[in-house]
Ligand binder design. Structure first.
Ligand code: 5GP
Length: 208
């Protein structure tokens, strides 16, 4: 399963903050060598432990606005007071080279990608319940009570978009959610449309 194909599959993964999406994506990337992660551009400052060029391309507002004018982004959106956008050239190049490409983007970006690239597959990660999400955000301890309330009401709004996604994964037990995410990517690769080059040698009849 490590070979590249003629053309890759585009995936969008969205989730409210605190659901564990980053952990799931990092695990997937260690398991599946045919998946490329699209590093987004953002105007928010780096958090501790984040590496420029690996987690995000950190841009100034001016650089980001220039990117919008020059149509650098496949999609972009304002999320939590910052701009976020997907580098369109990079994604197109990887898909043409046969890599599967994963976009970790919010529900506004997912809506844009669904229109621009209808063949994309979209995955929404849900918490088991709003109570569990609140507990996880509290445990993280990075939000003030005011921010916590904002995150929870944003989460509620984002979850309203879940019915428009192709796949829903509930991140209750981490190892099960990891297996579910991997299964989606692996099953898609087994589809006939991605396997025609593997089948055709068996179908070639010898000349009499
Ligand atoms: P964070 O700042 O916590 O890394 O991300 C905040 C939100 O922005 C997350 O929902 C994440 O999926 C989303 N996001 C990250 N990159 C992009 C992007 O390129 N486009 C859009 N639309 N959202 C993004």
């Amino acid at each position: 399963m490590s070979q590249r194909f003629e053309r890759g599959q585009l995936y969008v993964v969205s989730a409210p903050s605190g659901v564990g999406k980053t952990t799931l994506i990092r695990h997937l990337l260690t398991k599946l060598p045919f998946v490329r992660f699209s590093v987004s551009c953002t105007t928010r400052p780096p958090r501790s432990g984040e590496t420029p060029g690996t987690d995000y391309h950190f841009l100034s507002r001016e650089e980001f606005q220039r990117g919008i004018r020059e149509q650098r982004f496949l999609e972009w959106a304002a999320v939590h007071d910052a701009y976020y956008g997907t580098d369109g050239d990079q994604v197109a190049r990887w898909l043409e080279e046969g890599w599967d490409v994963l976009l970790d983007i919010d529900v506004q970006g997912a809506r844009q990608i669904r229109c621009l690239r209808p063949q994309c597959l979209t995955i929404f990660i849900l918490p088991p319940s709003m109570e569990t999400l609140k507990e996880r955000l509290l445990k993280r301890g990075s939000e003030s009570p005011d921010q916590l309330e904002k995150r929870l009401s944003a989460a509620q709004q984002e979850i309203m978009e879940a019915p428009w996604y192709d796949f829903i994964i509930v991140n209750d037990l981490l190892h099960e959610a990891q297996a579910d995410l991997e299964a989606i990517f692996r099953a898609q690769r087994c589809r006939r449309i991605f396997q025609s080059r593997r089948i055709s040698p068996f179908l070639a009849l010898d000349e009499p």
